[in-house]
Ligand binder design. Structure first.
Ligand code: F0G
Length: 327
C-alpha cells in the first residue's frame, strides 16, 4: 500500500478526485543498529529511506505532489535537483503520463541519479549554474503557469513526506528521544516536525549539515542557500532543532562506519545525520532514530576512495584460500 492509500485520512490535500498514484513508496524498514548503538550507549535505529522505489526519501512527498498536479490537469511538472528529486519526479511523472523536466547543476550530480531520470523519459536539462539558480528558474516557470513545481517548496511534498514520522512512531510503539537527519534545503526537517506535531510529540531533532555547503563531497546536499530557511528558523525558535556543522571527513567517516558496522549502504549525504549524533550529548539508553535518506547505489564514487579495493587472484582453490585469509 502506497503513501496515498495508507495515509489518505491524515493528508488533507488528498480528496476523492485525487488519483491513487503509487509506485509502492513508504513503509520503509526501521533497522536496529546494535553495534553502533553500543558505541554511543543508546538504542539506535536507522530509518532506511533508500528502500523507496527510486531509492530515496523523496518518493513519499513526490507521489502526493504529482497526484495533485495530475488532479489539477497540468501537462507537465518541473523541478531543480541535486539528483534525487529529479529521479523521483521523473519516475512519478512517467507513471502519471506527464511531461517531466528536471534541471540539474551541470557536472555535479551522481551519475546514477541522472541515469534514473533519463531511463524513465524525463527531459534532463543540465544548467550552467548552481542548484539555487536552477531552483530560481523553476519557480519562474511555475509562476508563468507552464509547469507544476514539484520541489519541496510545494506544500504537497511536505504532506507526503511527513508520513515518515508516523511510521517511526508506529514501528517503535513510542516516540524516539532523538531524530537525526541530513540538512540540505530543509524540506525533510520541516516535514518531520509537521508529522511529529500532528502526533502531538516533540523529539529532539539533530540536523547534520556540511560546513562547506557549496562544495561538499556529499553532492545531494550541495545547496548553498536552504530553500526552507525561514521555516527552519521558526522551528529553531520553537526549540525543535539542534544544528551540527560537519566537515567532509566527518561525513565520509560516518558513511564508512554505517556500512562496515551495520551492513547498510547509504549515499554519503545520508550519513550526515549519524555524523551529527557524535557531537550531541545523548542520554544513556535513550532511543535514537537516524534517517538514511538515500541508497548507496545512487552514488558509488566514495567507495573507491574509502573502501578496500578488490584483489586479483588465480582461479585455483589454494590461491583463493591464501588470498581470502589475508586481512
Ligand atoms: N539526503 C539526500 C540523499 C538528498 O538527496 C537530500 C536533498 C537531502 C538529504 C537533504 O534534504 O533538502 O530536505 O534538507 N536532495 C535534494 C534533491 C536537494 O534535489 O534531490 P533536504
Amino acid at each position: 500500500m502506497g503513501v496515498i492509500e495508507r495515509y489518505r485520512d491524515r493528508i488533507p490535500v488528498i480528496g476523492p478526485n485525487t488519483p491513487n498514484l503509487t509506485l509502492g513508496e513508504g513503509s520503509t524498514p526501521l533497522v536496529r543498529a546494535r553495534r553502533l548503538g553500543e558505541t554511543l550507549g543508546v538504542e539506535l535505529w536507522f530509518k532506511f529511506e533508500g528502500m523507496n522505489p527510486t531509492a530515496s526519501f523523496k518518493d513519499r512527498g513526490m507521489v502526493v505532489a504529482v497526484a495533485k498536479a495530475l488532479e489539477a490537469g497540468v501537462d507537465g511538472i518541473i523541478c531543480a535537483s541535486t539528483g534525487n528529486t529529479a529521479a523521483s519526479a521523473a519516475a512519478y511523472g512517467a507513471a502519471a503520463g506527464l511531461t517531466t523536466v528536471v534541471l540539474t547543476p551541470t557536472g555535479q550530480i551522481a551519475a546514477a541519479k541522472g541515469a534514473q531520470a533519463r531511463a524513465v523519459g524525463a527531459r534532463v536539462l543540465e544548467v550552467r549554474g548552481s542548484f539555487d539558480e536552477a531552483l530560481q528558474s523553476c519557480r519562474e516557470l511555475a509562476d508563468r503557469g507552464v509547469f507544476a513545481l514539484v520541489n519541496s517548496v510545494n506544500p504537497d511534498r511536505i504532506e507526503g513526506q511527513k508520513t515518515a514520522a508516523f511510521e517511526i512512531n508506529e514501528a517503535l510503539g513510542s516516540v524516539p528521544h532523538v531524530l537525526a537527519l541530513p540538512y540540505g534545503g530543509g524540506g525533510n526537517t520541516v516535514a518531520y516536525c509537521k508529522g511529529f506535531t500532528e502526533e502531538g510529540v516533540k523529539p529532539r531533532i539533530l540536523q547534520g549539515e556540511a560546513t562547506a555547503r557549496a562544495t561538499t563531497l556529499a553532492t545531494a546536499i550541495r545547496i548553498a542557500e536552504p530553500a526552507h530557511q525561514h521555516e527552519i528558523d521558526d522551528l529553531d525558535a520553537q526549540g525543535w532543532l539542534e544544528r551540527v556543522s560537519l566537515s567532509d571527513e566527518e561525513i565520509a567517516h560516518a558513511w564508512h562506519e554505517i556500512a562496515n558496522n551495520e551492513g547498510l549502504f547509504c549515499e554519503p549525504s545520508s550519513a550526515a545525520g549519524f555524523a551529527a549524533l557524535k557531537h550531541a550529548e545523548l542520554e544513556k539508553g535513550s532511543t535514537v532514530v537516524c534517517v538514511l535518506t538515500g541508497h548507496g547505489l545512487k552514488d558509488t564514487s566514495r567507495v573507491d576512495a574509502m573502501a578496500a579495493p578488490s584483489r586479483l587472484v588465480d582461479a585455483d582453490a589454494d590461491s583463493i584460500l591464501a588470498e581470502a585469509m589475508r586481512p
